[in-house]
Structure formats: structure tokens, C-alpha cells
Design a protein around this ligand. Structure first.
Ligand SMILES: [Zn+2]
Length: 413
């Protein structure tokens, strides 16, 4: 099948250039030609997709989501009465909403089994291209240890979602092997405490450098990289020393941590919007008290830390932790990144070319010939108005692999 998408303009995130009167030709899921209309030959038998009034750009990438999390606050009674199959089915709705918001690729940062990625690839339901981490590994009492003070453990291991608690180097190797066996594309570790877990603190480090190294080594042996939930300064540094690829959240970066990231070429995935959602849910009475206090305590330091990273030239890749907030709301992160000093083009790069490079997903984040035909259309110039990417209703067209999966033009006629 050949599709030709005719838009008002096309924005190339790499060059930052906007070409007016543009067309993108997609054959059998891959871009074969793109650019100004007069320079691109459109095959006679191409199906013509009218995107007049829209600026076209590559489909967006979110490097940190949780598709099986509802994103509607934390309600333990609800979780206790949710069977694993229902939890899994949440991903179907999340996947659709993510796609509708213009995000055609995501890296899931735990909770979602590999079967969801396989189902989307098989066409069972619409959703973004996915990399999954399956289970987020943390130490006893750490961020993903779901034991509560009453003694109950809410982490029920499934055949395709291994147990998440791990202590010691040998045990870490075993756990990483289990997660890879379950289909993980990336390994997720928690090298510090977090906001939504009851028994730990964001400013405390977790796992030893040796434990993290064992995970990095084991992952590397099988062609995977490690992403670290790392909020505490020491947790960030331990993760970097041990060789992880990406730092998630990064609430307490300092000059030394920045230096390490610049030297190692590591990316920061800020997830600035996540603590805002914790506070919004709290104000709606949908958050336990311990999480509210922690979110309020970190939000300003988080901003200062990310601002420092931007000023220092650290590589920033777009990620939201959506699943804390509702699916489809991912784009708000653009506004927060811009507020902290990132130029609009750099915000867009963070969610396209830089994100693709960071997570190592081939053929996404670009409309160059050979890339997957994933693109979006927005009514105006996103470089002049980032809010065009911030709200799903502004994303009028979403094409994945050459197929229109959302089209306001079609819906209106
Ligand atoms: Zn997360």
C-alpha cells in the first residue's frame, strides 16, 4: 500500500527547518520520499491523504510511561479488587489514548508485560510502538517492594511479569535474566526511593553499585540497556558509576552528577509533569497522605535540577511517567520543559530524534526515507506554539506505519 500525506508544511526536527507545501510518501509502512511537493514524485496509485491546514512532523516518542496504570490516583481498595486480567486490559485504553495524543512510540517503564507490545504489533488493538521493561527491580523495602506495614504484598508475580524485589549481586543476575526471559527490551532498576511508595524516601539511594553493575553487565550480555529510577543524588551517581544508560526523574542532580552524565553521554528523562499529577490527584482526594507530602517536597528541587541539566547541555529525552497522570496527557511535559528554558525545537527533538536515539528504537522520530511512516499533523506551527503538541485535541492527524489511526479530517466529513 502507498499513502501520500499532503500537508501545509513539514517540520524536520533534526535540521529545525520547516518546508512549506509538503508531502510524505509512505510505501508498505516505510517513508520513501518526503519534502516540498514540487520536488517529490507521488506515485499514481498512491492513496492521497488530505492534511491541508496541518503542519506534519514525526510521530512523538515518550520514553517513560506505564500503560497498565490508570493514571487516576492511588486507590488501594480499587487495586485489591482488580484482577490481573483487568489490570492488563487497562493497557488497551491507555494505548489508544497515547496514540490519539500523537505519541506513536513509547518505552514502558514497568508494569506492562511484553504481550501488550506483541498484541499491538499483531494489530489486535491500536497503540504505539513499544519497548517494555516488564518489571521494575528494587531492593527489599525499595520503590517497587509492594509490602505494606500490615504485611500484605500487593506485587503478585505473573508468569510474564517476574517478581520485582531483588537483593545481592547473584540474585540481581537471576532477576535480570527472568525479566529478559519475559520479553523485556530494557531493564528498569530503582536506584533510589520514590514518591508513590510508602516505605522509602526519594532522597535515599537504593541498591549498591555492585548490584547495579551486575544488572548492567547481565543486560549488556543480552543486548539490553538499563534505565534507572534515580531521584536521590547518591542514587543518581551510583547508577552512573555502574553504567546505566538513562536517569529517570533526576530530582537532585549536582555539578558532579552533571559532569558524569556529560562524560558518559547519558540522557536525563525528567518526567516534570509527574509530581504535578500527584498533587492534582491529592487535591481531588485520590492520593494517600504520604505521597502528597513527598510530591510537594520534591517539586521545586526537581525543577532546579532539570534547569541545571538544560543549562549544562545534558541530553534530555522526553518522558512523562504517564500512568501517574492520565494517559493522553503526555504533551503537557512540553510546556514544562519550555518553562525551564528549553527552546521549542529542542523540546520537539527531545520527543523525536533524541528520544529515538536514547531508547535505541530504529526508524522512529524521523520522516527521512527508510523510517517508519509515523507522523502527526497539527493546525499551526508548533515552534511558535508548543500547546499544539500539549493537548490531544490539537493533534488532528496521527499516521502510524502509513495508516491514519486518527484523523479529524475524516471524522468531520
Ligand atoms: Zn515511572
Amino acid at each position: 500500500m502507498i499513502t501520500a500525506v499532503f500537508g501545509d508544511a513539514i517540520l524536520d526536527p533534526v535540521s529545525g527547518e520547516t518546508t512549506p507545501g509538503a508531502v510524505v510518501v509512505i510505501e508498505d509502512g516505510r517513508v520513501t520520499r518526503s519534502g516540498a511537493r514540487d520536488g517529490v514524485q507521488v506515485p499514481r496509485d498512491a492513496e492521497r491523504l488530505d492534511a491541508s491546514g496541518l503542519t506534519l512532523l514525526p510521530g512523538l516518542i515518550d520514553c517513560h510511561v506505564h500503560l497498565t496504570n490508570l493514571g487516576e490516583g492511588l486507590d488501594f481498595a480499587r487495586e485489591l479488587t482488580t484482577p490481573p486480567t483487568l489490570e492488563l486490559m487497562r493497557a488497551v485504553r491507555s494505548a489508544r489514548r497515547t496514540l490519539d495524543a500523537g505519541f506513536t512510540s513509547v518505552r514502558d517503564a514497568a508494569g506492562t508485560p511484553a504481550g501488550v507490545r506483541m498484541a499491538i504489533d499483531a494489530g489486535y488493538f491500536p497503540g504505539p510502538r513499544m519497548f517494555v521493561t516488564v518489571s521494575a527491580l528494587s531492593q527489599t523495602g525499595g520503590h517497587t517492594d509492594s509490602h505494606f506495614l500490615c504485611g500484605a504484598d500487593l506485587d503478585i508475580p505473573l508468569p510474564d511479569r517476574p517478581y520485582m524485589v531483588v537483593d545481592g549481586v547473584e540474585n540481581m543476575r537471576l532477576r535480570v535474566r527472568e525479566v529478559i526471559r519475559a520479553g523485556a527490551d530494557w531493564i528498569k532498576l530503582c536506584t533510589s526511593g520514590g514518591v508513590l511508595s510508602p516505605g522509602d524516601q526519594p532522597h535515599h539511594s537504593a541498591l549498591t553499585v555492585d548490584e547495579i553493575k551486575a544488572a548492567v553487565d547481565e543486560a549488556g550480555t543480552q543486548g539490553r540497556k538499563v534505565m534507572a529510577h534515580a531521584q536521590a543524588n547518591a542514587g543518581i551517581k551510583n547508577a552512573l558509576k555502574a553504567g546505566v544508560a538513562t536517569i529517570e526523574h533526576g530530582i537532585w542532580l549536582d555539578g558532579d552528577a552533571i559532569e558524569m552524565m556529560l562524560d558518559g553521554g547519558n540522557a536525563l528523562i525528567p518526567t516534570l509533569v509527574a509530581p504535578h499529577w500527584v498533587i492534582r490527584h491529592a487535591e481531588a482526594g485520590k492520593m494517600p497522605a504520604y505521597a502528597i507530602g513527598k510530591a510537594r517536597a520534591v517539586i521545586d528541587d526537581h525543577k532546579a535540577s532539570v534547569r541545571l541539566a538544560i543549562e549544562s547541555g545534558v541530553k534530555l529525552a522526553f518522558g512523562t511517567d504517564t500512568g501517574v497522570g492520565p494517559h493522553g496527557s503526555n504533551g503537557e511535559e512540553f510546556l514544562l520543559m519550555h518553562e525551564l528554558g528549553m527552546e521549542p525545537i529542542d523540546c520537539i527533538r527531545a520527543a523525536t530524534s533524541v528520544a529515538a536515539d536514547t531508547i535505541g528504537m530504529k526508524g522512529v522520530g524521523s520522516l527521512a526515507p527508510g523510517s517508519w511512516g509515523d507522523l502527526i499533523g497539527v493546525p499551526g506551527d508548533p515552534l511558535a506554539d508548543l500547546s499544539l503538541l500539549a493537548r490531544p485535541e490539537n493533534v488532528h492527524l496521527v499516521v502510524k506505519g502509513g495508516e491514519a489511526v486518527k484523523s479529524k479530517h475524516t471524522a468531520n466529513t
